[in-house]
Ligand binder design. Structure first.
Ligand SMILES: [Cu+2]
Length: 622
């Protein structure tokens, strides 16, 4: 077994990163493949439907985008952490209160709910790196239904959303360390002693999907990065990588890349759950925190190549790949050996009471995948695919078990490589994080598009490329442009779910809903005006609301339609207000009639031939 460690000098790699990111002049691109027969492979005829959903993160747009595969057509935007006038999200009382005081988020890693290690189509979880939150989207109606957070004691929720085999937990790790509990001041120069990181298990109620903090494990102030959950032999375990084992607090580019290795966390989440049940956790900011120095068996450290950006469990649950982006190799660890090492205490000391597993005892091999390896995905047929940021490529390699000849020269297991444009971050293979991946398609999420499209000025989109992985060789099929910034995605077979297209009237429990014109009303109580409004093709009832300047106005608007795609919107002139109501839905908006005048309102979502006539007046007396 090879335990060779190939190290690039930090400085020269930093130079390589810069050169690579800057060396492709605008407009220098050629079509990757001018063979038009390739187009047929991603062609979905007008009116025909895609086979897969692609849920991709909208980064600092705060949203989740839905595209179809293989067409790569954008179908829908699911607003999560930022207002979105197109669906009225962030304007009505309920979504506003869910968003709290924030108007944006930084969505990185969507995670589909699982049952028995397979996608079950119930929920999609997404993280907010910026404000330490996690959201749940219900796939029954593709709507955000809960935003949890800011999560106590966790800062920079980058290392999520990683869902356990039966959606018991969505796992979260802190990218940044801060003095804990939050609100405590300690100068950054005291970083090593006063700051802490945290990994957290967000418990998911299996009936409702409601999330709450189940447990947290205190860690040294490393910067936790991406992770994955176990299955099969690694069932009940979770993995994250970290950078900054140096525990530096300034100029991290240089100071956090000194050591040859950083640590991965190997967390026994069932043991964490049990420790909380046994009363071994301490409450901090209202949630149970486990100090691993006092509760052994919950967390272990494993040294991995320096500055890694993720660790990925294969579909069997035995092989775990971690790539150090400053080393041109992907390390493959054997979870069965990890368990043996833990049982035999094959440790190399500890860091603050957390045992450090000897890497040579659990390493299966270091695969020379190429420059700047980041993330690895699996097709369920024994192949792994690693994104290479510096090389702008995807490498395909063979998972263990390897033959003796292969072990002697691991170059032989890197079986294909395909260029992508440009500087790939994440990549996704459908179902890679389940025990039964779909294989077939890989989507490369590239950080830069660099003028491969008609010029749109300096604010350029990202590019995502669709790669066919059904054969021995990867083949480039299609390229689409996406809003900033797809960090990760999930692929789901369309036939796994059957979303509703109308909210059934019988399920509407809103006591302010009105279903007939005769029920509609305007009621005054002091300076409060309450309106129960009905929207139907092609009118609002009432279409006149009388108020006085300074009144507080509440409008409950019910879209009484029970027909697919019959959506109405209510926009009020000069009131920064647009609520959009789906068929069978009731939404409530509250605002102040601040000034006198007559303010027309109108239907903002095209609904019928007489849509233009669907209007009314908010008449505000002085
Ligand atoms: Cu309308």
């Amino acid at each position: 077994m090879s335990t060779r460690v190939t190290v690039l000098v930090g400085g020269s790699l930093a130079a390589a990163l810069m050169v690579t990111a800057g060396c492709n002049p605008p407009g220098s691109t050629k079509a990757a493949n001018s063979d038009t027969s390739v187009a047929a492979k991603s062609f979905v005829a007008p009116g025909a439907k895609d086979e897969y959903y692609l849920f991709y993160s909208g980064g600092h747009s705060g949203q989740v985008y839905v595209a179809g595969l293989p067409s790569m057509r954008h179908i829908s935007t699911i607003p999560v952490f930022a207002p979105y006038p197109a669906t009225g999200y962030g304007f009505d009382v309920e979504s506003k209160s869910m968003m709290g005081k924030f108007t944006w988020g930084d969505v990185h890693h969507p995670g589909l709910s699982q049952s028995d290690g397979k996608y079950d189509g119930r929920w999609l979880f997404v993280n907010d790196n910026a404000n330490n939150r996690i959201a749940r989207i219900d796939l029954r109606d593709f709507k955000t239904r809960q935003i949890l957070g800011p999560i106590p004691n966790s800062s920079g929720n980058h290392g999520s959303s990683f869902v356990t085999e039966n959606s018991e937990y969505v796992l979260v790790a802190s990218r940044f360390s801060v003095p804990l509990p939050k609100g405590r001041y300690a100068d950054p120069s005291t970083y090593k002693t006063e700051y802490n990181g945290m990994v957290s298990g967000i418990k998911v109620d299996q009936k409702t999907g409601e999330m709450s903090v189940g447990w947290q494990v205190l860690t040294p102030p490393f910067n936790w990065d991406l992770g994955s959950t176990g299955k099969g032999p690694s069932s009940g375990w979770a993995f994250w990588t970290s950078y900054n084992s140096e525990m530096a607090h300034e100029t991290l580019e240089a100071t956090a890349t000194q050591g040859e290795r950083d640590y991965a966390a190997i967390v026994n989440w069932r043991a964490a759950e049990q420790a909380v049940k046994d009363g071994k956790a301490t409450l901090m900011d209202g949630v149970p925190v486990i100090d691993p120095a006092k509760v052994p068996g919950v967390i272990y450290f494993l040294p991995v190549p320096k500055s890694p950006h993720g660790i990925d469990t294969d579909p069997s649950g035995r092989w775990i790949a971690a790539s150090g982006k400053l080393q041109p190799v992907t390390s493959v660890f054997d979870f069965e050996k990890i368990q043996k090492a833990i049982a035999a205490k094959t440790f190399d000391g500890d860091v603050r009471g957390i045992p450090v597993i000897k890497p040579e005892a659990v390493l299966e091999g270091e695969v020379p995948v190429g420059l700047g390896p980041l993330h690895t995905q699996y097709d369920g047929k024994g192949n792994a695919y690693t994104s290479l940021y510096v090389e702008s490529a995807v490498a395909k390699w063979t998972l263990p078990p390897w033959t003796d000849a292969q072990k002697k020269d691991l170059n032989t297991i890197v079986i294909d490589k395909i260029p992508v444009h440009f500087n790939i971050g994440h990549l996704v293979v459908g179902g890679s994080d389940t025990k039964e991946p779909y294989g077939r398609y890989l989507v490369a999420m590239n950080k830069l598009s660099k003028g491969r499209h008609v010029s749109v000025g300096p604010s350029q989109p990202e590019s995502s490329q669709l790669i066919d992985i059904s054969g021995n060789k990867m083949s480039m099929l299609y390229e689409a442009y996406t809003e900033p910034e797809p960090h990760f995605a999930q692929i789901l077979k369309v036939d796994t779910i059957a979303p509703i297209e109308v909210y059934p009237k019988a399920e509407n429990t809103d006591s302010n809903a009105v279903w007939e014109a005769s029920q509609a009303s305007v009621t005054r109580n002091g300076n409060k005006v309450e309106v129960k409004m009905m929207a139907i093709r092609s009118r609002f009832v009432p279409d006149k609301i009388e108020a006085r300047a300074g009144d507080e106005i509440t409008i409950h608007v019910t879209n009484v339609e029970q027909t697919t795609d019959m959506i109405h919107g209510l926009g009020i002139i000069e009131h920064d207000m647009n609520v959009v109501v789906d068929p069978g839905e009731t939404k409530t908006v509250k605002f102040k009639a601040a000034k006198a005048g007559v303010f027309p309102f109108y239907c903002t979502n095209f609904c019928s031939a007489l849509h233009q006539e669907m209007q009314g007046y908010l008449a505000v007396k002085p």
